[in-house]
Design a protein around this ligand. Structure first.
Ligand SMILES: Cc1ncc(COP(=O)(O)O)c(C=O)c1O
Length: 396
């Protein structure tokens, strides 16, 4: 008999995937260049030369049996040290190689982090709006997901609801800044308040509440700002990082968990992740990709296009009277739809070949997400379609 749980999941297709499939099909009819496909969070710029040249050099110069051999189950020691050194330099941390666990992107990092610090049945808190994949990531680990409603005024943390829903069953709290879908960056003030509260409740409940910080967009920050590093604020933090967006290599599946050396049982968490891997069949990213990533550790793809695109869209949405928060990073913006039902709004936008994603699945009903990881030239052409849509459908 096949598994009923996964069979049921098959019936709930991702809205984002469905819209993306629609965009591809429409592209076949009218030419993909004429479809303003803002559905998927797929990077649109090439990987930096340091990554490509590094991978080529490895393939040409390393001994193949060694290069393509199994990675140790906890990752290649030299690569782990390179990651630790980079984070120490950039964020003033004190990681050693023993605090770093290479993973298949952030998805792999979260899968390990959540299992490492929870038992099935524990509660894990997440904050709306959130990446919809958090639900399968967490539910498949057997934990109960507790959702804190959004703070619609600024998309920082809704502390009133958070204080109420934190409980002695809370084992971990999962945050994501810069945020998918809002583009908002959590301020130092938010992180300080969050940390103080977690420290206070950990003491009250007699167990450490872990912070799992999901940071795939850390390098895509606007206006020259450096995104505050949550582990700097809270000891019991597991940082989940991915090179998918920073190096533009999402298909290579490379990221890591970094365990704050000041966390409870910090020295045991990476070895525990190795045991989790055995159960879920993860078995570390490929040796070649770990080594190529290490050669490009402090580099990024040219991410400036995202800021250019954000400014074009933000200015246009503002000018058209949308309620919208200016993103501090990522390649997403999340305006409020011009009618209560964002699904209906997004459906009407399709008539103008504008593919937006309603944010109901992100727990921000009434809002829609625009993923502007597309060419700036296309963004510019889309602006007149947005104006026409808003004018004809909503009289603005
Ligand atoms: C908020 C967030 N977390 C995690 C992921 C998963 O990223 P990865 O490709 O590194 O597995 C994504 C991917 O888009 C994301 O947006």
């Amino acid at each position: 008999m096949i598994n009923q749980h996964y069979l049921e999941m098959l019936g709930h297709k991702s809205v984002i995937r469905e819209l993306s499939e629609y965009a591809t099909a429409r592209g076949k009819e009218i030419g993909y260049e004429n479809v303003f496909d803002y559905s998927l969070g797929n990077p649109s710029v090439p990987a930096p030369e340091s990554f490509t040249a590094g991978a080529i050099d490895l393939l040409q110069t390393e001994e193949p049996v060694k290069l393509h051999g199994y990675s140790p189950s906890l990752g290649l020691p030299g690569v782990k040290q390179t990651i630790a050194d980079s984070c120490n330099r950039r964020f003033g941390m004190e990681y050693t190689a023993n605090h770093i666990f290479p993973t298949a992107g952030c998805a792999g990092a979260i899968a390990h982090a959540v299992r490492a610090v929870t038992e099935p049945g524990d509660e894990v808190i997440i904050f709306a709006p959130f990446f919809p994949e958090y639900l399968p990531y967490l539910q498949d680990a057997g934990v109960k997901v507790v959702i804190i409603p959004a703070s619609f005024a600024d998309f920082q943390i809704n502390f009133e609801a958070f204080e109420e829903l934190l409980s002695d069953k809370t084992a971990a709290v999962l945050i994501n800044s810069p945020n998918n879908p809002s583009g908002v960056v959590y301020s130092e003030e938010t992180l300080r308040r969050l940390s103080d509260l977690l420290r206070q409740r950990s003491e009250e409940y007699g167990h450490h509440i872990f912070l799992i910080s999901d940071e795939p967009y850390r390098e895509i920050a606007f206006d020259g700002q450096v995104v505050p590093y949550p582990a700097k604020f809270y000891e019991d933090t597991l940082t989940c990082y991915s090179f998918s967006k920073s190096l533009s290599v999402p298909g290579e599946r490379i990221g890591y968990v970094a365990v704050n050396p000041a966390a409870e049982n910090a020295e045991k968490i990476v070895p525990i992740c190795g045991q989790i891997s055995r159960g879920i069949g993860h078995n570390c990213p490929s040796s070649l990709i770990q080594l190529a990533m290490a050669k490009a550790i402090d580099d990024t793809a040219d991410l400036s296009v995202y800021e250019t695109n954000m400014n074009l869209l933000y200015d246009t949405f503002q000018e058209l009277g949308f309620t919208v928060q200016r993103p501090g990073g990522t390649f997403y913006i999340m305006p409020k739809a011009l009618e209560e039902d964002a699904v209906a709004f997004c459906r009407k936008a399709l008539d103008y070949d504008l593919v937006f994603v309603p944010c109901d699945g992100f727990h921000a009903p009434g809002y829609f997400r625009v993923a502007y990881c597309i060419d700036t030239e296309k963004v510019r052409r889309s602006l007149s379609a947005i104006r026409r849509f808003v004018q004809e459908a909503y009289g603005r």
